[in-house]
Design a protein. Structure first.
Length: 128
């Protein structure tokens, strides 16, 4: 009878160890559906629906006179593509795009919030 008790004890210890190891190695993949605003930065998604390649994208604070650097760099935004800009803080921003013909599309004083992505669908109706 002592052998059975030892065997049962051994089986319980192994089972307990397996359970502990499996639990300790697991990471929760569940989400709460809420992302803390302090952990995210506001974004602007720009959709190119102009039919032309966009060569330059500028985004600057609405309170400044300077456009700053082109955000596309050596890249271009093809028709039908989207480009996401992350801004440092919520606020009002001016946004300018320049296409392959040199035409510009300017969006003044856009209110970009932290809690919801800001989207702009640029088409020829926004031509300056």
């Amino acid at each position: 009878m002592k052998k059975n008790n030892k065997l049962i004890t051994f089986v319980w210890i192994i089972a307990f160890a397996v359970i502990l190891l499996s639990i300790s190695g697991c990471k929760s993949t569940a989400t709460t559906g809420h992302i803390s605003p302090s952990l995210t930065k506001p974004t602007i998604t720009i959709y190119n629906e102009t039919g032309y390649f966009i060569y330059f994208i500028y985004v600057s604070s609405a309170s400044t006179e300077n456009w700053g650097s082109d955000l596309l760099g050596t890249n271009v935004l093809a028709p039908g593509q989207a480009f996401v800009v992350t801004v440092p803080v919520p606020g009002r921003y001016d946004i300018r795009l320049v296409d392959s013909d040199g035409d510009s599309y300017t969006f003044w004083n856009q209110n970009v919030a932290r809690v919801a992505p800001y989207e702009i669908k640029v088409d020829l109706g926004y031509l300056d």
